[in-house]
Design a protein around this ligand. Structure first.
Ligand code: NI
Length: 400
């Protein structure tokens, strides 16, 4: 039986085991950088499977290297994030979250399970592949500064990790399928905080006040010109204001208006220029009306670049493993993701694992209280990750 077939069989054979791991993780979610029980569960599972314990670089999470026994090859990495979100789960399922107000609503339980599954396969087939594979269980994806940036600082990519793969659930893609996108994929995500300070008073006498509501309205509209008049059409950019608080009344003009929003884009130089523009627009608008403005643009994760070469190769390998009809092209997706930090350092490929099952009503998006997955996706996720890792680590180190 060839290697690919053996991986398919192994991943199918371990489905029940993976479901149990995933459900345990799902029932016991922990917030970013507080994944202590999750980390010890991963360690317990590793022990049962005959692996060493995780190497630790941060308080929670860790990594472990597996070495192929076919000689040669190179060191590559696989990454799974392990943290959950502050959301109260609304699914009435037997594996519902036991931790009030915390839920694996972004599928990181699935990512962790699939990486453990891939490790079982890699160990089983150790004689048949080359190189070394670093399996990273990363803490704190959902919270700044992001576990990825901390791990990189602590040397997780040293001495010479040559590439990295990460997979993420995608409820828009049916279970059994996956998606790839070479090049720009996810956006840099920065937070905007604005406070317009005018002078409140009676709503009947606006000429005696400095109305911050009108100024805020102008700012909201003008900020869209950052996208429509300043951004190069070739660089996707989004500015959204999602919070506006003006606590006046029918006949009261408030003293101030508070706003929050986000800037998403795909170019570092333009990102910094956009920050300046946002600050200038807010201050100028306020000044025109004799008001004042406090504005802060807080930096989040950078944009995520999928290495063209690595991602095209991986897409092809996925087609070989799953079949052509099971691999889709992804659209650009301007959410933030701290895997972007790895992509700034080494060739990276962040791909999507389909988890949708329309018939079973499993369609909710990530970060919602009803998010869930079709658990058959665990078979695809574990098997494909092992297959991609073996292909990439076994490549000769000559050339690129
Ligand atoms: Ni996520």
């Amino acid at each position: 039986m060839d290697l690919m077939e053996r991986i398919r069989e192994l991943s199918k054979g371990m489905h029940q085991q993976l479901v149990e791991i995933r459900r345990h993780l799902h029932q016991n979610p922990e917030l970013s950088f507080e994944e202590f029980k999750t980390t010890s569960f991963i360690n317990q599972t590793l022990q049962k499977l005959g692996f060493d314990q995780l190497n630790t670089l941060t308080e929670t999470g860790g990594f472990i290297d597996i070495h192929g026994k076919a000689g040669g090859g190179k060191l590559i990495a696989l990454r799974a994030d392990i943290d959950a979100l502050p959301i109260e789960e609304l699914n009435e399922v037997e594996y519902k979250s036991k931790n009030q107000g915390i839920m694996h609503a972004c599928g990181h339980d699935v990512h962790t399970t699939c990486l453990l599954g891939a490790m079982i396969i890699l160990k089983e087939l150790q004689e048949h592949w080359k190189g070394s594979i670093r399996c990273i269980f990363q803490a704190g994806e959902e919270r700044l500064p992001g576990g990825a940036s901390m791990l990189i600082k602590e040397g997780v990519l040293k001495p010479n990790v040559s590439s990295i793969h990460g997979q993420h659930v995608m409820p828009l893609i049916p279970a059994g399928k996956v998606g790839f996108r070479p090049g720009l994929y996810m956006a840099s995500a920065d937070e905007i905080y604005i406070r317009v300070k005018g002078k409140g008073g009676h709503g009947a006498h606006p000429h005696m006040n400095i109305d911050p509501v009108i100024i805020a309205a102008e700012i909201i509209t003008e900020l869209q010109t950052v996208v429509s008049r300043h951004a190069k059409p070739s660089i996707p950019t989004v500015v959204s204001i999602g919070k506006v608080i003006a606590e006046g009344s029918t006949n009261i003009i408030p003293d101030e208006v508070y706003m929050e929003g986000t800037l998403r884009t795909y170019d570092e130089e333009w990102r910094m220029r956009a920050h300046e523009l946002i600050v200038t627009i807010c201050n100028e608008k306020a000044k025109t009306h004799g008001a004042q403005c406090e504005v802060e643009v807080r930096k989040g994760y950078p944009f995520l670049l999928n290495d063209e070469d690595l991602t095209k190769k991986s897409r092809k390998w996925a087609e070989d493993y799953l079949g052509k009809d099971k691999v889709e092209d992804l659209e650009i997706w301007p959410a933030g993701e701290d895997f972007a930090y790895y992509s700034q350092q080494i060739p990276a490929c962040f791909y999507r694992l389909g988890t949708r099952n329309e018939e079973a009503g499993i369609t909710s998006m990530v970060h919602t209280p009803t998010f869930d997955i079709d658990e058959s996706a665990l078979i695809t996720g574990a098997g494909l990750m092992a297959w991609l890792a073996i292909q990439q680590s076994s490549e000769s180190t000559t050339g690129k």
